[in-house]
Design a protein around this ligand. Sequence first.
Ligand code: GRF
Length: 221
Amino acid sequence: MRVKVNLGILVSGSGSNLQSIIDNIENGRLDAEIKVVISNNTDAFALERARKHHIPSFVMQNQDYISREDFDRKMIDVLKSYSVELVVMAGFMRILGSLFLDAFPMKIMNIHPALLPSFPGMHAQKKAAEYGVRFSGCTVHFTDAGVDSGPIIIQAIVPAYTDDTEDTLAARILKEEHRIYPQAIQFYAEDRIEVTGRQVHIRGTDRVQAPPLHNPPLITF
Ligand code: GRF
């Protein structure tokens, strides 16, 4: 029998990554159950998505808590009360404190819309487009005390073009986010993930066969 991993999903916005996780659970590809969705934004469309799929949700507004510890403690309580095993940050716009990190050691994942360690932090797609990179992408990683700095689980690469805007690049990246996040969670559900320092070994996966990519394509060489 396939074992399901209990997820707690943290959101702040649209929740398209939440939706891709819901869809992949519903279509039987992801062995997980979303026990609770927590948002620190009352207006997050992600809450609507949770409601539609009868997933319990919880709003925690930053200003209602006197300190980060207070916020973290409450969030830990909620997640533990739902027996959450893996915390999934899906567009959650808040840095987690050490209390929270210690409560879920190597059990918190985040997705970032850039090829880390390039462009950590806010507005990653805008920064990448303005920088003129030829490739960008997205990264799922374990969360540590830094900003988008934890051990990398999986990355996807997309080309970036000189006429890209923040929005066109973000849309190209988001499509891949919706594929790699469920995959990273499924690796976890299958107990394949082994972390040694910064190295995340995924048991039973092959070496990627992709050839080197060039943008623009090579013409002469
Ligand atoms: C995504 O681009 C994610 O990488 C970033 O925030 C965005 C959230 O999008 N951390 P959504 O709320 O999942 O649609």
